[in-house]
Design a protein around this ligand. Sequence first.
Ligand code: ARG
Length: 473
Amino acid sequence: MASENYQLWGGCFEEEPSAVLARLNDSLPVDVRLFREDIQGSRAWANEQNLSGHLSNEDNKAIQEGLNKVEQDIAEEIAQNGRLKDTEEDIHAVVEKRLFKYAGDAALRLHTARSRNDQCATDAKLWMLASLPHLKTSLKELITVLVNRAKKEINIIAPGYTHLQRAQPVRWSHFLLSHVWALRDDVIRLEEQLSRLSRCPLGSGAIAGCALSIDRVRLARSLGFKDVTPNSMFGVASRDHFVEFFNWASLCGLHLSKLAEDLIIYSSKEFGFVRFSDQFSTGSSLMPQKRNPDGLELIRGAAGLLLGDAMAFSCILKGLPSTYNKDLQSDKELLFRSYDRLSDCLKVAIGTIATMQVSSENAQKALEPGMLATDLAHALVRKGVPFRKAHHIVGTVLRRASALGVDLQNLPHAEYYAICPEFGTEAELKSLFSWEASVEQYTSIGGTSRGAVNQQIDMLNQWLGVESFTTAC
Ligand code: ARG
């Protein structure tokens, strides 16, 4: 071994790698985060070697006890210093070197028939299986906050916008739930990828499989995997679960970005529908009156960064030949970065939305009679007027109101009647100018009436299993 370091591969080398290559090559600062998974994989590997008759009970005992000590040491050092001082290139080398200190020669048997190729693939999968469910928990918590608000704020009616122009009145709750359904799909997509991810690559070796007879299914089960990867070349090379995760995270980021953008707009003085708590607002260094929604802006920006990571990783994979290539080492850097970013964004979204105030008065003030133009057309349709004609008639009404300088509600009944007698009596016409009556027309599934919104809330609560999430808003 040319190096002082515990190099896993130094046997036929006479010189040290150049410092600059070592710097580019070293992944320890990143993959140290996998130390528990690396040790977990090593425990299972040694046990399987033992069960299959390739490792004595004595050596297995030394390895298992040694690994416990290594885990403790590493955990303590990280807790104290935030990093490991080891100069080895990656976490696999660090664990093996440290094991030697405790287990002696038995440690030299641990890597039998194993490669860092199947080892690093296994470690990352174990980490993903343990960590991604936390994102699911946060997503469900965000959904719970939104559903609870929707339930409480069902009486609030606000303008609904298309093209960012006032379109039709909707229940505020309906707007909130429109975001929830997208987030719920994210939860379902995450569950689907977790089940695909749960195939253990350990036992794939470097490329060809395991040269010693082992029971890969037993090994996989001992690590909590549902299944094994069915081909060793696929096992060491496939990073499809990373691609799925990055693309999933960017879609989730897009959903959060849209929600953030809506709320940012609604928090401006021009709208004033929502006000964020001090905890989730920031100020300006110059303008004392400013109250900025930085958290939501960062969420909106994070969506771009998540997309960037997804694109970056697919670019890394594009053009790679089969099996393990060092390009793949970047998978973990991107994984941790995207995961941490999304996790923080979800927590900020939860806090911001749980603590924001909604102004039903300002939402109400932003409603204007022009938003009932569609209702006027529907009133004519109910009297038998074909919709296209009704649309045109209401257009004429709007022109007349504009010519007289009044809004739809203040245009005299006689004017309506002159344009189209199907507008009916003054009382009939007057009854159309009610926000409540307007939203209550939309009773079919997915509509904005109280009943249809409550139906959504019921469905979501049922799906959430209600009592498991307690975040109050
Ligand atoms: N640090 C490497 C990674 O994370 C470990 C695998 C190294 N394998 C190899 N054949 N050089 O990808």
